[in-house]
Design a protein around this ligand. Sequence first.
Ligand code: NAD
Length: 422
Amino acid sequence: MGKSSELSGFYKLPVTDRVKTLKEFVGLSEEEAALLQKPGALGFDAANRMVENVIGVMPVPMGVAVNFLINGRDLVVPMAIEEPSVIAAASNAAKMSRPKGGFHATTTEPVMIGQIQVVGIKDPNRARFEILAQKAEILKHANAQDPVLISLGGGARDLEVRIIETSQGTMVIAELLVDCRDAMGANAVNTMAEAVAPLIEKISGGRVYLRIISNLAVKRLARAKAIFTKEALGGADVVDGIVNAYAFAAADPYRCATHNKGIMNGVTAVVLATGNDTRAIEAGAHSYAARLGRYTSLTTWEKDESGDLVGTLEMPMAVGLVGGATASNPIAKIAVKILGIKTARELAEIIVSVGLAQNLAALRALAAEGIQRGHMGLHARNVAISVGATGDLIDKVAAQMVAERKVRMDRAKELLAELSKS
Ligand code: NAD
């Protein structure tokens, strides 16, 4: 029988003792334990304050995408991601956008929705009316929770009330609309939603259960647009191929999941590099893509009257520059510095531009040459490294596998054995 994973008192141990416990529990080598304890820039003290039961830090490569011209400003964009090709593809697409002025991006005000769920109401329309009638009082109480946010020009702006039918009967959902300024806002909004819940119970006569932010941030959207000339893309055929690839994604959820995943390759990498909440953005993206009742593309691609390709991306973008890991991770702070930005809205505009670039790169590769060609070179290097190739041998093994169109571990092992002899 295996050992129980109920490591009682684990959380009370210092980090070194946690690693020791884990080393014994799963049989880690000295080397592995030492590696875990080499966290790099994010020190143990910081990591230990961020989450629970810390035993190490998971490093992810961070690179920068180049060639970006966004709203008339040239910039390099930090991207943290483990997948090869993504940063190169974004840089390549950014380059192709330049002849027509790069990316143009806008954002709405940074307004998040906080939901308050009220149950047990017989006359929901009466309750809705009464909650709305007391809107000023409810907003005042919400705003009393966060004087800092108010002083910065943010705060609860409005209140909406919806009635929904559920398997547990009719529910009344009150929604606080909160301008979060440069914060992602989950803590700020949740605090306000919790604070006004007793008032809403009193007014409605119902019982409040959940009080929580919604990641379907339809009031906090970011939009990007770019034009790619047919010359930059490689011809009129490529434009048609991309428009057709987009039509496939827009019509078919199986294709669209992968299409939107390609957008998120760029989006999530910047979100992660800046210490923002990747799950919040992913949840917002996919729920927004399905908001009309059918899952569809976050981007659009059209051919304009000159035969050039016009792309747009619109999605919720709840990112911040204060709070969460954005403030506590030194690498995230460096990433923000590299971007040279002062507001969360500027960050959101950069992120959607990268998402649009990433989608263009993937669609162009698919439509023009098949995705594997570009991917395979980098993938082959990773396969070579995974079978133990080092130094010059990495590129030699990789190049041979690509030439043979056999990028596989078994072939990498054979080639490594052959090439190390010679
Ligand atoms: P936070 O509470 O740490 O910081 C926000 C606060 O900072 C504001 O309320 C304000 O008082 C202050 N502030 C200072 N300068 C500001 C400025 N320029 N603009 C705005 N506010 C300023 O963080 P948060 O953004 O409220 O919450 C983000 C965290 O919540 C993330 O770590 C996220 O992972 C987590 N979270 C997410 C969810 C979700 O997405 N569903 C749920 C719960 C928690």
